[in-house]
Design a protein around this ligand. Structure first.
Ligand code: C2O
Ligand code: CU
Length: 462
């Protein structure tokens, strides 16, 4: 009996052994990020609520914050009636977590879920948004800020996220205009909203005393609008672009141009006196300057302005070597209304244009309409890449590379590191990056209607 007992005990012990796995914590489910319908007060009082697609019921989605060098873990729970995925824009991420339906993962079906879990090598201002039918899903509200914090943040009195967006709303119903795929918008500049706002409000306000120092993290979450911005009653510096710190803070002297998906981090001092107008202004469609964010100045935060700020701490892997040996390539943007479309010629190749238009395709990148089976280019891991983006259309395009940041080359000099670059009509820009992140990475226009209508290609790093 005793022997049996002990034998049973031993057997039980053996069976139990694989479950214990000393030294490894039991995996707990990541916190959910739920994509679901919600109703929010987007339009001014007097208008009704707007039905949106949201993360966790709010527009924009919740601010996700994590420490540089840490990880972000979130379970996307899809409670929408359509498939979706999340893209973590600007994060130099593990390819399997990049969220591109059909390229890096299958779209998550209604009722399904997907665990995103990835390292955060870089501090900075990033954002997340849907990357399945994003032209519609982002316009309906599926986006939010993602902040990766420096170990030693700059010395400021307040750190403010300002997520800029525009919404196209029917004034009679306060609902989104439902035609998210209108060819007129996709073949022209893109879907522009008739209601402009910040952090999901048309009247977002800030409050600070004179001489207060603020860090402003601007994120352009609009489908297609290029924001032209100016400060009023504040002076300061640009300290980071698309999350990546500048080598030294650049005094703000000109207007700030923020293309879709771009971010800029500013450190500003409030120079206005109490009771005088201050805030962030944008150039409206009629060229007048309108308030985007009003800053209420009350009292004084200190007697005088402080000394200029130090640069933000550098992120890892910000150098680009091997430029001379790199193979230059050209990526031509073609098509769109008023040009290209009429000729049906992309990179000299005649295409069946009637057929393309029937398929709702108006643009081409590198002679190709939409993402093909083969990448635009394949790079060896660690190779330096050089691509000249040639805008042969009459519209501006905000070109975004997934997975890696690049620098613009200008007569041999490398500009700031970014992940989205605005290329104006009939202009070209050469970008360079180290292909140090293995996987399949999109390179596309972030005017989301353009991306959905042909202006999307990809590269592979092997
Ligand atoms: Cu911000 Cu391909 O995305
Ligand atoms: Cu475009």
């Amino acid at each position: 009996m005793t022997q049996m007992m002990s034998r049973r005990a031993v057997c039980a012990g053996l069976l139990a052994a694989p479950l214990i796995r000393p030294g490894r914590a039991a995996a707990s489910a990541p916190a959910p990020l739920t994509a679901r319908a919600a109703s929010v007060q987007l339009a001014p009082p007097g208008y009704g609520m707007t039905e949106v697609w949201s993360y966790d019921g709010s527009l924009p989605g919740p601010v996700l914050r994590a420490a540089q060098g840490g990880r972000l873990s979130r379970r996307l729970v899809n409670e929408l009636e359509v498939p979706t995925t999340v893209h973590w824009h600007g994060i130099r991420i593990d390819n399997a977590m990049d969220g591109v339906a059909g390229l890096t993962q299958e779209a998550v079906p209604p009722g399904g879920s997907f665990d995103y879990d990835f390292a955060l090598p870089d501090a900075g201002t990033y954002w997340y948004h849907a990357h399945t039918n994003s032209m519609e899903q982002v316009a309906r509200g599926l986006s939010g800020p993602l902040i990766v914090e420096e170990a030693t943040p700059p010395d400021v009195d307040a750190d403010e996220i300002l997520m800029l967006d525009d919404w196209l709303i029917d004034p009679d119903t306060a609902q989104f205009y439902a035609d998210f795929t209108a060819p007129m918008m996709r073949s022209h500049a893109g879907r522009m909203g008739n209601l402009i706002g910040v952090n999901g409000r048309f009247d977002h306000r800030l409050k600070a005393g004179q001489n207060a120092r603020l860090r402003l993290r601007l994120i352009n979450a609009a489908n297609a609008r290029i924001f032209v911005l100016r400060l009023q009653g504040m002076e300061g510096w640009t300290v980071a672009l698309d999350g990546m710190p500048l080598a030294s803070p650049e005094p703000l002297v000109e207007e700030i141009i923020l293309a879709p998906a771009q971010r800029v981090d500013l450190i500003v001092d409030v120079t206005a006196e109490e009771g005088t107008p201050a805030g962030l202004l944008y150039a409206a469609d009629d060229d007048s300057w309108q308030a985007l964010v009003e800053l209420e100045v009350s009292g004084r935060a200190s007697d005088a302005r402080r000394a200029a700020p130090q640069p933000l701490p550098r992120n890892p892997r910000m150098e680009i070597g091997g430029l001379e040996e790199a193979t230059p390539r050209e990526m031509r943007m073609e098509g769109g209304a008023m040009r290209g479309m009429a000729s049906g010629r992309f990179e000299g190749r005649q295409m069946d244009f009637q057929e393309l238009i029937q398929r709702g395709q108006f643009w081409a990148l590198a002679g190709q309409v939409g993402r093909g089976a083969d990448p635009f280019a394949r790079y060896r891991l660690g190779e330096t890449a050089r691509i000249t983006l040639v805008n042969d259309t009459v519209f501006p395009h905000a070109m975004h590379l997934h997975g890696m940041h690049f620098r613009q080359l200008n007569e041999g000099a490398a500009g700031p590191m970014r992940d989205t670059l605005l290329v104006m009509p009939q202009q070209s820009a050469e970008i360079a990056f180290v292909a140090d992140n293995p996987g399949k990475w999109l390179l596309h226009c972030h005017m989301l209607g353009h991306a959905a209508s042909g202006m999307s290609n990809w590269i592979e790093v092997v």
